[in-house]
Write a protein that binds this ligand. Structure first.
Ligand code: MG
Length: 250
């Protein structure tokens, strides 16, 4: 601590002396940083298209390359017409790869034929690191509890606005996720943080999670230290579809 203080005093003295010396007047280039050069990538044709440094998790055709069922077998969801649809009873699907911090693009569609209400209409979900659910739900003219509707971090953060499109219409989530870091005692040193854009609209602004998503009870009680984990899509008994899924590790 004492050494750090001395270093700071010396540094400030040097800067002060330098600032007094008119021959050392600051020039624009003195605050320019050139190296290393920022990595060059090729952006997608539109913001929905995968940039060159993304991992394409689903291209509309081959689901089994990147995804499995929960039991590790071939994913049992229906791949058709460039999208993949929940097959009730098959259970969740998860990525073979595991991730820490990332940017995720994923498109989803609730069934055009409206059935059920509240949580029973077009329910699915995207579990970040298998534990933290961004809710997928048809909330177009369908009220439910605010912290459980589309764009919510389920039971923890309601979305800022309801940006839902009608059932049967494709919608987009762009999700920025920072994984938690853990203390030695197993609690969060920094909690997971999430930003969500729903159809281009900010609905979660760098929110902090208290713990893994819980249907019943208080989330922080179930925190268990973890490293990189899969992305999971939820089978909630409704034929919700997904397409154009890509991720950039950060
Ligand atoms: Mg859900």
């Amino acid at each position: 601590m004492r050494n750090q203080f001395l270093t700071l005093v010396l540094l400030l003295t040097a800067v002060f002396a330098w600032a007094q010396d008119e021959s050392m007047e600051m020039k624009p280039e003195m605050t320019e940083i050139w190296d290393p050069e920022v990595p060059i990538i090729t952006p997608g044709e539109s913001p929905s298209d995968a940039p060159s440094d993304a991992i394409v998790l689903f291209d509309g055709v081959d689901l089994g390359r990147e995804w499995t069922n929960a039991d590790g077998k071939e994913p049992g969801w229906l791949v058709e017409d460039g999208c993949v649809t929940v097959v009730t009873g098959e259970g969740m699907i998860k990525t073979k790869r595991v991730f820490n911090d990332f940017q995720l693009h994923i498109e989803w569609r609730t069934p055009a034929e409206v059935k059920g209400e509240s949580q029973g209409r077009g329910n699915s979900g995207i579990f970040l690191q298998e534990l933290y659910e961004v809710q997928v739900l048809d909330n177009y003219n369908n009220r439910t509890y605010r912290n459980g509707q589309a764009g919510s971090l389920y039971k923890q953060h309601a979305p800022l606005v309801n940006a839902c499109k009608p059932p049967g219409v494709w919608q987009v989530y762009d999700i920025l996720y920072t994984a938690p870091r853990f203390k030695d005692d197993g609690t969060y040193f920094t909690p997971p943080t999430v930003t969500v854009l729903h159809n281009g609209v900010l609905v979660q602004n760098h929110v902090k999670l208290r713990g893994p998503t819980e249907y019943i009870g208080i989330p922080e009680y179930s925190v268990v230290p973890h490293g990189a984990k899969s992305l999971v899509l939820q089978d909630h008994g409704n034929p919700v579809s997904y397409r154009n899924i890509w991720i950039r590790e950060l």
